[in-house]
Structures are given as structure tokens and as C-alpha cells.
Design a protein around this ligand. Structure first.
Ligand code: C5P
Length: 225
């Protein structure tokens, strides 16, 4: 069964407070997005990688990317960007499974992606990489209302892997119903589908704030040793 990657990279990354979108920040010898695409291409060499970028993106053309990377225009929210890429795939290619991976998650390890792929394919069920919550979790505004039992709490990461047709209809319907969608799994859950939790490394972080850059620089240098 054929597999394609979708990389939403059309965000501005305002929380990073950088002079460019976070996917174009330099991490060692490459930009964040180049590292991310490298990881996907190492996992399945030459698989289609559809990257959603914003219309006025002046940075993307400067990147050094393999020829299996194709771009589509991003949308207003992350889910719109992903849906544009899924619709492109449906029209132009024969693809069964898609793995959606954040441009801003360059630290993911190919072995964890392979574990996700084999689990989803052998159970014929979609799934996501996720890490178990490590800290004690408090609920409240200024004072603690409750301590939330953490045994069943996970932090959702990416890639998130689903059948292309299942994810396309779940995202389309959820967006039409104005449901808040921050990852692909939430659309599938909303549609009543099943999502497997596949345990991943906690350091598969999404670069969000300036502090994350130093951590990511350190970790990516260790990975490429
Ligand atoms: O903003 P956040 O960190 O949640 O973004 C997650 C990913 O979604 C990033 O890689 C970002 O570029 C992408 N995104 C997108 N289109 C948008 C907003 C975010 O592709 N409209």
C-alpha cells in the first residue's frame, strides 16, 4: 500500500518571535524544514512529500530539497493547509496512507516513524506518535482546583497516520462543522474513528518558543554524530 507524507509549513510561528517563520530557522548546518524533510526521506526514500506553504513564502525557494518534494498552498489554519495537501494527493496520486508531520518537528527519529507505520498497517487502524505525560498535572486558574491523574494522559506528537480517504472526509466535515481541530487525530475522533497511541520519544518536540531552538540545536547535533 502506498504512503505519502504531508508537511504543514504554512504557519507564521508568531510565538517564536523570530524574524522569519520557525521552519526556516537555522539548526546547525540546515534549516528546521530541511532537517524535517531529511528525516521523512530517510524513513521512506523517495516517498512523496507534500509541503503546504504560504503564498508569499520567500524562504522556501532557497531550500535545498530532494525532487520528491511537491508544494501546495497552505490555508488559514493548520487543518486547512493539511486538507489542501490531501485534496492534491487524492486528485493527482494513488495513495492509501498519509502521514502528517509538523514542519516544526525536526527531531523525530525515522525508527519511531517506522514503528508508527508498521503498527497502523498491521492493525489496519490509524495512529499517532505520542509521549506519556511525565509531570504531575494541575488544573486551575490561579489556584489548584485539582490534580489530574496522569496515568492515561499523553502528549500528541506527529507524524499522525491515517487512510487518505478517512482523514480527508473527517477533516472536511469537522471544518464544515467549525469544530476546533489542532491535530489530525482530533478530526478522526470527532468523526467517531479510532486512533492508536504509539509511544515515541519525549524529545520529538515541536519548536514553539525561542527556548526550544537551543534545545533542538543540541539534540540535532547529537543525532547527526
Ligand atoms: O502553530 P503551530 O505550531 O501549531 O503549527 C504547527 C504546524 O502547522 C507548523 O509546521 C506550521 O507551519 C503549520 N501551519 C500551517 N498552516 C497554518 C498554520 C500552521 O501549515 N495556517
Amino acid at each position: 500500500a502506498s504512503i505519502a507524507f504531508v508537511v504543514p509549513a504554512a504557519g507564521v510561528g508568531a510565538r517564536m518571535q523570530a524574524n522569519k517563520p520557525k521552519q526556516y530557522i537555522q539548526l546547525g548546518n540546515k534549516t528546521v524544514l530541511e532537517h524535517t524533510i531529511d528525516k521523512l526521506n530517510t524513513t521512506i526514500p523517495n516517498a512523496l512529500i507534500i509541503v503546504a506553504i504560504s503564498e508569499d513564502d520567500a524562504y522556501f525557494p532557497e531550500l535545498d530539497l530532494p525532487s520528491n518534494v511537491i508544494t501546495v498552498l497552505g490555508g488559514k489554519e493548520r487543518a486547512d493547509s493539511v486538507l489542501n495537501a490531501l485534496n492534491y494527493l487524492t486528485i493527482n496520486h494513488v495513495v492509501d496512507w498519509v502521514l502528517v508531520h509538523d514542519a516544526a518537528r525536526p527531531l523525530v527519529l525515522p525508527n519511531d516513524i517506522l514503528k508508527l507505520i508498521s503498527t497502523c498497517q498491521s492493525n489496519q487502524c490509524g495512529g499517532i506518535l505520542a509521549s506519556k505525560v511525565r509531570d504531575t498535572i494541575k488544573q486551575g486558574s490561579h489556584f489548584v482546583d485539582a490534580t489530574v491523574p496522569r496515568e492515561t494522559l499523553w502528549q500528541a506528537q506527529t507524524p499522525q497516520m491515517f487512510l487518505l480517504n478517512e482523514l480527508t472526509s473527517a477533516l472536511t466535515n469537522a471544518l464544515n462543522a467549525h469544530v476546533a481541530i489542532t491535530d489530525e487525530a482530533s478530526a478522526i475522533e470527532w468523526a467517531g474513528g479510532k486512533v492508536q497511541l504509539i509511544e515515541s520519544r519525549a524529545d520529538n518536540i515541536k519548536l514553539t518558543t525561542p527556548d526550544d531552538i537551543a534545545i533542538a540545536e543540541f539534540l540535532i547535533a547529537k543525532q547527526t554524530l
